[in-house]
Design a protein around this ligand. Structure first.
Ligand code: GDP
Length: 146
């Protein structure tokens, strides 16, 4: 089933010049880029996005991390994309993330784990609407792929 999912390249991905490397991995997996933008996350947007972590002791560090510099919001479309993207990202803690995954290869520790992706189709719908206006998401075919 074709579906859309949301990916965020967190501030450390942008700082370490890994935008191309990470977006390239999704493109090579034939996921179609349907939305892409550089943006700052406001404190209010972090509160909304991570509200389920609000009472954790590490929430203030998440908030200062996510607002420290721009992020890239990326929307991709493809067969079972929520599951495919989650498995490409790897475990939340990069120490546990397998080699070959984005966190396993490129991230150092849980404070700086480089990437976010939606964890279900329902969450993806909400998160895509949180980061993209409808006119920022594109429907297009890829006839050159054959
Ligand atoms: P994800 O879906 O794999 O990103 O994981 P979660 O939804 O469980 O957590 C959301 C984000 O909160 C993670 O990506 C981390 O940035 C952060 N986080 C989760 N657990 C911890 C923790 O124990 N310590 C710190 N510093 N950050 C955490």
């Amino acid at each position: 089933m074709s579906q859309r999912t949301l990916i965020l390249l967190k501030p450390d991905a942008v700082q370490k010049s890994l935008i191309g490397e990470i977006v390239g991995r999704f493109e090579k997996k034939w996921l179609k880029v349907v939305g892409l933008k550089l943006m700052n996350m406001s404190g209010a947007l972090v509160d909304e996005h991570y509200d389920f972590l609000m009472d954790k002791p590490f929430f203030p560090s998440i908030k200062s991390y996510m607002t420290s510099s721009p992020i890239v919001a990326l929307a991709v479309e493809g067969h079972e994309s929520v599951k495919v993207v989650r498995s490409m990202c790897g475990a939340t803690n990069p120490v546990d993330a397998l080699p070959g995954t984005i966190r396993g290869d490129l991230a150092k520790n849980i404070d700086n784990n480089i990437i976010h992706s939606s964890d279900s189709e329902e969450t993806a719908g909400k998160e895509l609407a949180r980061f993209f206006k409808s006119e920022e998401l594109f429907d297009y075919g890829r006839p050159l792929l054959g």
